[in-house]
Design a binder for this molecule. Structure first.
Ligand SMILES: [Zn+2]
Ligand SMILES: [Zn+2]
Length: 317
């Protein structure tokens, strides 16, 4: 006959304590925790990304136990595949007694991951005549957004550039804004009726954002309002220098600015005025740049010029 370890009373074989000292059994019903492969945990009816999976799992188990116990996770093997289950182990401590317990860990797809790989979108970001770096720029800009659950679920090529299907409207606007700031261009948005939500009887709109990229970049020479302008900055507002006055010009990018082709030619004389060989007529002509702003030049020096109707302007290569 064994003895009760607390009072020393004799007790039947199947008991560890006498009736008086038998600890209150901790009631733990079967318990599942749901995790996603991305590290998300389902808690309080929503998916969240815990700072510590163990701490959050312990908290969930603690909430699940009716009595006020403390819970420590012993093992939390995360399932590797969706649909797979593993068994985790924990110890609940209640009134000084430890109760080992097990729980099921299920891998499911969180709502963010469920949207990936589908064609779900709320906004279409249309890039028109994008420069070479634009898609790489978007990829970088997407990194902090992806952490917030934003994704581009489909890319559709069109002759003038891709259409990107974005999960979040605000993100599509943000990307468009960044692109315009970086490369110059215009951004137009419109809402399009997509469907009607039967439960709320509200109309569901999708956002269309069109980014028409500037046809020029820093260093190009344009005709802006009949002025010959060297571009010094592109963005929502573009900046340039009027070559004949050297004054700063601010303008917005559009199709109306004609880009002038640069030609390589030679300086013929530098005094009294700078002259170059006209790339089309091969005559020596005076350049029309603001003279005090011209760099020092030598006879016979190779330079680049643009031709606006009849006038020739020196331009940077
Ligand atoms: Zn006892
Ligand atoms: Zn996930």
């Amino acid at each position: 006959m064994p003895f009760c370890p607390k009072c020393g009373k004799r007790i039947p074989h199947h008991q560890t304590f006498c009736d008086e000292h038998r600890p209150v059994r901790l009631e733990v019903k079967p318990f599942d925790i749901r995790v996603c492969g991305c590290g998300a945990l389902f808690a309080h009816n929503r998916w969240m990304t815990p700072k510590s999976m163990e701490a959050s799992a312990a908290k969930l188990i603690k909430e699940h136990i009716k009595q006020k116990a403390t819970v420590n996770i012993v093992s939390l093997p995360l399932p590797e595949k969706r649909g797979q289950k593993t068994e985790g182990e924990a110890v609940a401590t209640y009134e000084g007694e430890d109760y080992p317990l097990t729980f099921t860990v299920k891998q499911q797809r969180c709502d963010k991951c469920a949207r990936k790989g589908t064609h779900y979108y709320t906004a279409k970001l249309q890039l028109r005549d994008p420069p070479a770096g634009a898609l790489g720029f978007i990829e970088e800009a997407m990194q902090p957004l992806a952490a917030k659950g934003v994704s581009i679920n489909k890319v559709e090529e069109t002759p003038r550039g891709p259409d990107l299907y974005v999960t979040h409207k605000a993100a599509a606007r943000q990307l468009a804004d960044k692109l315009v700031r970086k490369y110059g261009g215009t951004m137009k948005t419109s809402e399009q009726l997509f469907s009607r939500n039967k439960q709320t009887s509200k109309n569901v709109y999708r956002l269309n954002v069109v980014v028409a990229f500037a046809h020029f970049t820093v260093g190009d020479v344009l005709v802006v309002d009949k002025k010959v302008v060297a571009v010094t900055g592109v963005g929502k507002r573009c900046t340039g220098r009027d070559l004949s006055t050297s004054k700063k010009i601010i303008f917005s990018a559009g199709d109306e600015q004609k880009k002038l082709e640069k030609h390589k030619t030679t300086v013929t004389i530098t005094h009294p005025s700078v002259e170059v060989i006209h790339p089309k007529t091969f005559q020596s002509v005076v350049v029309r740049n603001h003279e005090p702003s011209l760099p020092s030049l030598k006879n016979g020096q190779d330079v680049h010029v643009v031709v606006d109707s009849k006038h020739v302007f020196l331009a940077e290569a």
